[in-house]
Design a protein around this ligand. Structure first.
Ligand code: SAH
Length: 217
């Protein structure tokens, strides 16, 4: 395992980042603790350390992005994560969001359609002590054989809510998904009330890379 390069300087920058997202309205202390603990700079190219702890999305491999820390915190807070819950993430990307969910004690299942990112995240996280179950595949279908899930998070912009994801939610479960066009998505918080009923809330505009079908070639 490579040495984990996480210095006092990085920790200091993280404390400032936590205060910044707290100011922006994140109140769940367990979410803030996770962001304060996870070395985000290790999820990005080493030349970009100075960008790791500012509250912005940043390019990673395969034309994708690591989400803005506030966005990660906002989606995670909306999920109301409790220990040992089964959580499905669509769009592993760098693996940062999956690490946040693991840190909060969830049992995490994460899917990515870009092989390079699937490889990157599944190599990085175990060395940091986080062990989600990694899948290389198309998240539109969810993971029928591993569901149902207490919580589902989609970290790419969808043009509609995929029906399989709604079907794979437990009753009382929460799905957080940005839905819209290529330039703007609305964060939808969908709660499964009963077998056939879902409640839906809209929580502000965000910009994600698009949710795409199939595997990358
Ligand atoms: N959660 C990530 C953010 C990644 S950006 C992080 O913390 O870094 C969104 C990711 O969704 C991209 O990596 C993209 O390749 C992936 N993606 C897009 N469509 C997908 C699909 N249908 N299934 C699985 N992953 C998908």
């Amino acid at each position: 395992m490579a040495r984990i390069d996480d210095s006092f300087m990085h920790q200091g920058m993280r404390r400032k980042l936590v205060e910044e997202i707290r100011q922006k309205g994140i109140t769940d202390e367990k979410v803030l603790e996770a962001i304060g603990s996870i070395p985000r700079h290790l999820f990005m190219d080493t030349t970009f350390v100075q960008f790791a702890y500012i509250d912005k999305a940043f390019p990673i491999a395969a034309g994708q992005t690591i989400s803005q820390p506030f966005t990660v915190a906002f989606q995670t807070q909306a999920l109301q994560i409790k220990k040992f819950e089964r959580v499905l993430e669509v769009g592993t990307g760098s693996g940062y969001q999956a690490a946040v969910l693991c840190r909060m004690g969830a049992s995490v299942f994460t899917i990515e359609r870009q092989k390079a990112l699937y490889d990157f995240a599944s190599n990085l996280l175990p060395g940091l002590g986080y062990r989600p179950h990694f899948f290389y595949g198309d998240g539109y279908q969810g993971l029928p054989t591993y569901g149902p899930f207490d919580k589902i998070i989609v970290t790419a912009g969808a043009s509609f809510v995929p029906e399989p994801l709604k079907q794979q939610l437990k009753i009382g479960g929460i799905l957080v998904i940005p839905v819209g066009n290529n330039t703007l998505q609305i964060m939808k918080i969908i709660t499964r009330i009963s077998d056939l009923e879902y409640a839906e809330e809209d929580k502000g505009g965000f910009v994600f890379v698009p949710l795409l079908t199939g595997l990358s070639d």
